[in-house]
Design a protein around this ligand. Structure first.
Ligand SMILES: Nc1ncnc2c1ncn2[C@@H]1O[C@H](COP(=O)(O)OP(=O)(O)OP(=O)(O)O)[C@@H](O)[C@H]1O
Ligand SMILES: [Mg+2]
Length: 268
């Protein structure tokens, strides 16, 4: 009985369910005929249900590694990573992922690529075509629904991959630099679309970005990592209210936090 209560408490924080928790999470890549690479060490954090967390850190510090472990795509080598108390040892439908390089099938059009999760789930495409088109409109790809990936720019491919994830509509979204290939203005409008979709949905977001302003603007908390072997150096609580609006970027609290993250990243 007592253990159950302790477990329940461990699953909740500030009245919110802890949906993702890691404890001393580590990953070493063992390679044939080469030295092992310690990619991640001792990363302990928890994410509340419905929270928006950004993950920033220098290239090679293990950000994609964390996402891949949480998505159940690669095994950890140390510690633990759990989703609702269960180890993330395999992919699960509640957790969706957008990869750093958009994974689109070259023989499928944009619309067909967006509808891929529906085909995988063996559901009826017809029930989802309208929503898929809506998402393509949202991401500015309406005119390209019949184009093939090779006919899209890098940024457009990213937006197609994001539309696919949004159609899949998982409870937890792991986003690996979703807007990395976008120009400043498109990025800003995609940021606002993403916040719109997230707001009030109860979805949990973990977004990797190299753009510190984006990290702070979107998130409730920013996880700052150190260089390889990466670990979590600091957690910053973003003091801005919701809903976020672009003019908030002019606020002192915003610029202070961006500066703080920048200093941490330079110092780490
Ligand atoms: N499959 C693999 N085999 C061997 N080493 C790997 C493998 N995947 C990643 N690594 C190494 O692990 C470290 C962390 O990689 P990871 O992709 O997680 O970094 P990252 O923080 O996402 O970097 P970036 O910001 O450049 O995307 C790097 O040194 C990388 O070389
Ligand atoms: Mg990466």
């Amino acid at each position: 009985m007592q253990t159950q209560t302790a477990e329940k408490q461990a699953m909740h924080e500030d009245g919110h369910e802890i949906i993702i928790r890691t404890n001393e999470l580590g990953k070493t890549y063992y390679r044939r005929a080469a030295e092992p690479v310690v990619a991640l060490e001792d990363a302990t954090f928890s994410i509340r249900q419905g929270e928006f967390v950004s993950l920033v850190g220098p290239s090679g510090c293990g950000k994609s590694t964390i996402l891949n472990i949480l998505g159940g795509l690669i095994p950890r080598t140390e510690g633990s990573a759990t989703f609702r108390g269960q180890e993330t040892l395999k992919p699960r439908p509640e957790i969706g992922m957008m990869f750093q390089a958009p994974v689109l099938f070259p023989w499928r059009t944009t619309l067909q690529n967006v509808l891929l999760p529906i085909d995988v789930r063996k559901e009826n495409r017809k029930d989802y075509v309208d929503r898929a088109r809506e998402l393509l409109a949202l991401t500015g790809l309406s005119a390209f629904e019949n184009s093939y990936p090779r006919e899209l720019s890098g940024g457009m491919q990213q937006r197609a991959a994001l539309s696919r994830l949004l159609l899949q509509d998982p409870e937890v979204m792991l986003l690996d630099e979703p807007f990395g290939a976008l120009d400043e203005f498109t990025r800003e409008s995609m940021n606002m679309e993403l916040l719109d979709i997230w707001g009030g949905s109860g979805k949990t977001m973990l977004l990797v970005t190299h753009n510190i302003q984006e990290a702070v603007f979107l998130a409730d908390r920013v996880f700052v990592m150190t260089p390889r072997p990466g670990t979590l150096a600091r957690v910053l609580e973003v003091p801005l209210p919701r809903p976020r609006q672009i003019p908030m970027m002019k606020r002192q609290e915003f610029t202070d936090m961006v500066f703080e993250a920048r200093v941490l990243l330079n110092a780490t």
